[in-house]
Design a protein. Structure first.
Length: 306
DNA sequence: AAGACGAAAGTGGTTGA
DNA sequence: TCAACAACTTTCGTCTT
């Protein structure tokens, strides 16, 4: 499980984007790789063979996140008198008209369902400032799930939430279920439990291979949210690495472990944060932070002693 | 008074007979 | 299908700063 990591100049998969500060950092060292603002620039890394094929093809790539895979003939276009159409109803109308002209028949309920889901994905992804790759993955997963009949009888919101969560996990983007649940409007907000259930459904029935997210990625997010300096981040990452060598990470919530590491690292540098604060931004409870912290402390003490 | 601590009971999921 | 199990949460009383 634990790999021998040599000191190589940060490989691409070790670099994460922090939307709050607009920088890329290495999860190995916490080092800032670039400082210019990235914005919502696309990540064109290919994660699967078919993705690669799609992206190396000549011509504009297919887009899973657009109705009809983005190959619609545009009618009227998204602009009107030089201005973007803002209202949702206008956009709906636009989509409907395009559809109607192109296909000469009404959309099936499945198509409607998928298109609605795609709009929700669009909104939520924007709200969470998730990378383009995650959006595409989520859209692709939703299409696949819908075509396999997995969405029938389930709330569209909770299914969308689950696909976004799965897309994040698949692309190793550190996020908690809580954050995703919170990104929905309160009225139709799916319950965490449902999202988790649907997520498992997706993983099982779409045979998804979800990599384990390294606690390091959460370390960076948590430290950043608490405005902790880079040296604390580096310290916390060191702690995580030590702990991993002792095999404490298996089966544990990575964000809980990361939270405890950040808490301990801040403490070491005299920048006291309460367990409550750290727990809150990490999306776990104080108790979990405390438990991990105690376990980490025991390991670290044992190491010093000899 | 706030924070840290630990015990105890509860939740929702996994595993294995 | 059921029971044991692991991880995490909720709640709460008690120290500590």
């Amino acid at each position: 499980m634990e790999s021998h990591e040599e000191k190589t100049p940060c490989p691409p998969e070790k670099i994460v984007y922090d939307p709050e500060r607009g920088v890329r950092v290495c999860i190995e060292t916490g080092e800032v790789i670039e400082s210019q603002v990235i914005g919502d620039e696309a990540e064109w890394r290919a994660y699967t063979p078919d993705e690669k094929a799609r992206r190396t093809r000549v011509g504009s790539p297919l887009s899973f996140s657009k109705p009809n895979l983005g190959v619609d003939v545009y009618v009227g276009g998204p602009k009107e008198g030089g201005r973007r159409i803002r209202g949702l109803s206008h956009r709906l109308e636009s989509v409907r008209v395009q559809r109607g002209l192109r296909m000469g028949r009404a959309m099936t309920s499945l198509e409607k369902n998928i298109n609605q889901a795609l709009r929700i994905i669009e909104e939520v992804v924007a709200r969470l400032e998730l990378p383009y790759s995650v959006k595409e993955e989520a859209a692709r997963l939703y299409r696949e799930a819908a075509n396999k009949g997995l969405t029938r009888g389930r709330s569209i919101y909770s299914m969308v939430a689950a696909t976004i969560y799965a897309a994040c996990r698949k692309n190793r983007y550190p996020i908690t279920l809580d954050e995703i649940a919170r990104a929905f409007e309160t009225k139709e907000a799916p319950i965490k439990r449902e999202i988790a259930r649907n997520y498992r459904l997706l993983v099982r029935d779409l045979n998804l291979n979800i990599p384990v997210i390294e606690p390091e990625r959460f370390v960076y997010r948590i430290a950043s949210a608490l405005n902790l300096p880079d040296n604390v981040t580096v310290e916390a990452i060191k702690i995580v690495k030590k702990v991993r060598q002792r095999g404490l990470t298996a089966g544990k919530d990575p964000s809980g472990l990361a939270a405890a590491a950040v808490y301990l690292a801040a403490l070491k540098h005299g920048l006291r944060k309460t367990q409550k604060e750290v727990a809150q931004v990490a999306g776990v409870t104080e108790v979990t932070v405390r438990n991990r912290y105690k376990e980490i402390d025991a390991i670290l003490k044992g190491e010093e002693g000899g």
